[in-house]
Design a protein around this ligand. Structure first.
Ligand code: SF4
Ligand code: SF4
Length: 84
């Protein structure tokens, strides 16, 4: 699954630079995760880095984007191919 940021986000900005896929960006009101770019950090790290650093625990799994570890890894491969 991709992860998502909930309304509890306090815009602290610590997660954005931690994302190895550049999937996190400031939205209009709170930060957001592009589900097409989030691999749950599969391929880069053992654990989701944004979840590790978020001070208010507002980054759950996105129920609309259920993905297996295998498909997350495929996404990682596709993303790294694209960005070189
Ligand atoms: S789980 Fe990893 S890839 Fe997904 S948004 Fe968080 S830091 Fe980025
Ligand atoms: S770390 Fe958490 S609270 Fe801070 S900007 Fe990211 S999602 Fe929002």
């Amino acid at each position: 699954m991709a992860l998502m940021i909930t309304d509890d986000c306090i815009n602290c900005d610590v997660c954005e630079p931690e994302c190895p896929n550049g999937a996190i960006s400031p939205g209009e009101e709170i930060y957001r995760i592009d589900p097409n770019s989030c691999t749950e950090c599969v391929g880069h790290y053992d654990t989701p880095q944004c979840v590790e650093v978020c001070p208010v625990d507002c980054i759950p799994k996105n129920p609309d984007r259920v993905e297996s570890k295998e498909s997350l890894y495929e996404k990682y491969l596709a993303l790294t191919r694209k960005t070189g």
